[in-house]
Design a protein around this ligand. Structure first.
Ligand code: ARG
Length: 462
């Protein structure tokens, strides 16, 4: 079975029919049907614009717009039946429009190419995806702030190299995952601006030969500006790459949070417990409660990175202007957006429903984590920090040799290493005190964390 090329939008110059597999290979409808709503919006705006340029009568514009509205309704109701000859969503919309309004449908494509049409539709789709991801990010940010509020006062070890380092407030740790997401929101807002340049009116590559007011057209579709160069407008997919980069970075940020929550939820750490609603069991081991949503989050970050590198490889070296390679731009973007639409709300729900386990955190507070504070004690007594570091290192070694924790090591042992130690050295061994000493902007002291929390709150209220 071969398809009649004469029925194709471009069939005029062809005498042979298209090979069936080649047609299937060419067909983007299985994925670009998702641009349907955007294609209808873009087409309505285009009908009005060429109407104003004198290409269509007011009546034709009205008929086309009514027809397109109807196509839009059918698309959203899922009642628009696609035909084998519909090689992409643009073809399907135009074909259906013809069935609804007759010959006038054939005038809609005046001055327009699918090259500027698809670039427009896709930008509109990405703009919407940016708004969705930004809204979902805010939900996770709110969940982090809510945790920071409800867990105020809890202290846990802060880690570097996954080794106990210094005590910190759990709220400070939660907020350490808030700020990366804030930067992700900013990144999305910035790429939104770069996406909001309208390609429509660029034609196939050289521009539109009719008096279309592209600034008004941009405005009517919610774009900020008409694109300044028709070739560039139909060629580049940098906005899609930027979206995928932002998505990948959101994935990376979520994966870091997920990884730590997995570690914190182990019996070995016992700092948190996930709710049943966000855990999964084992088909074999009845006792298991697995953090699957967190592991999936960690794993999907890898996939998101792959989508970005895949698209970059697709657009690399494409000769100007439109090349069919560019049809491959949509699937990765859809896939990234679809995954984030689940990853983000799941993370928010998981954060809201987990339980902090104060005893587990308390039990992990090793006095050795106050060694830096011991060095600071000597610094306050005039010892240069490098020397203080060395002396405290000796004390740590001694405490390990004697198998006595630092806070219970006899004063005489301290004094044998430095005469600067006196009985008030005991005051160093207070985790609250250690935390609250770090009260300058950005520190873990409760005072500083409260100020940080106030800043974070301002950002999620908008
Ligand atoms: N389905 C195509 C795509 O997504 C539409 C543009 C087709 N343009 C062309 N010159 N064949 O890229």
């Amino acid at each position: 079975m071969e398809q009649a090329s004469s029925k194709k939008l471009w069939g005029g110059r062809f005498s042979e029919n298209q090979n069936e597999l080649a047609a299937e290979f060419n067909n983007s409808l299985p994925f670009d049907f998702r641009l349907g709503e955007m294609d209808v919006r873009g087409s309505i705006a285009w009908a009005k614009a060429i109407g104003q340029a004198g290409i269509l009568t007011a009546e034709e514009v009205e008929d086309l717009c009514a027809g397109l509205e109807k196509v839009g309704e059918e698309l959203s109701a899922g009642s628009l039946a696609f035909h084998p000859g519909d090689e992409d969503i643009h073809t399907a919309v135009e074909r259906r429009l013809g069935e609804l309004v007759g010959a006038a449908a054939g005038k809609l494509h005046t001055g327009r190419s699918r090259n500027d049409q698809v670039a427009t539709d896709f930008r509109l789709w990405v703009l919407q995806a940016v708004d969705n991801v930004s809204a979902d990010l805010k939900v996770v940010q709110r969940a982090l702030v809510a945790r920071a509020v409800s867990d105020l006062g809890l202290i846990l070890p802060g880690y570097t190299h996954l080794q106990r380092a210094q005590p910190i407030l759990l709220s400070h740790w939660w907020l350490s995952h808030f700020w990366p997401l804030q930067r992700d929101c900013q990144r999305l807002a910035e790429l939104r601006q770069r996406t909001a340049w309208l390609p429509l009116g660029s034609g196939a590559l050289a521009g539109v030969p009719f008096a279309v007011n592209r600034s008004a057209l941009a405005d009517s579709l919610g774009f900020e500006h008409p694109s300044p160069n028709s070739l560039d407008a139909v060629s580049d997919r940098d906005f899609a790459a930027e979206f995928l980069f932002s998505a990948a970075l959101v994935g990376v940020h979520l994966s870091r949070l997920a990884e730590m929550l997995i570690i914190f939820s182990t019996a070995e750490f016992g700092f948190i417990e996930l709710s049943d609603a966000y855990s999964t069991g084992s088909s074999l081991m009845p006792q298991k409660k697995n953090p699957d949503p967190l592991e999936l989050t960690r794993g999907k970050a890898g996939m998101l990175i792959g989508l970005l590198t895949g698209l970059l490889a697709t657009i690399k070296s494409t000769p100007s202007a439109y090349d069919k390679d560019l049809q491959e731009d949509k699937s990765p973007v859809f896939q990234a957006a679809d995954n984030l639409r689940l990853m983000l709300p799941v993370m928010a729900g998981l954060l809201g429903s987990l339980k902090a386990k104060p005893q587990g955190m308390q039990a992990a507070l090793d006095p050795a984590m106050l060694a830096t504070d011991l060095a600071d004690y000597l610094v306050q007594r005039g010892v240069p920090f490098r020397q203080a570091h060395h002396l405290v290192g000796q004390i740590v070694r001694r405490s390990q040799g004697l198998n006595i924790p630092l806070d219970r090591l006899p004063l005489a042992e301290y004094q044998a290493i430095s005469a600067h130690f006196s009985s008030d050295v005991r005051e160093v061994f207070d985790f609250n005190r250690a935390v609250n000493r770090r009260k300058e902007i950005g520190g873990t002291a409760e005072e500083a964390v409260l100020a940080q929390l106030a800043e974070a709150r301002k950002l999620i209220e908008v």
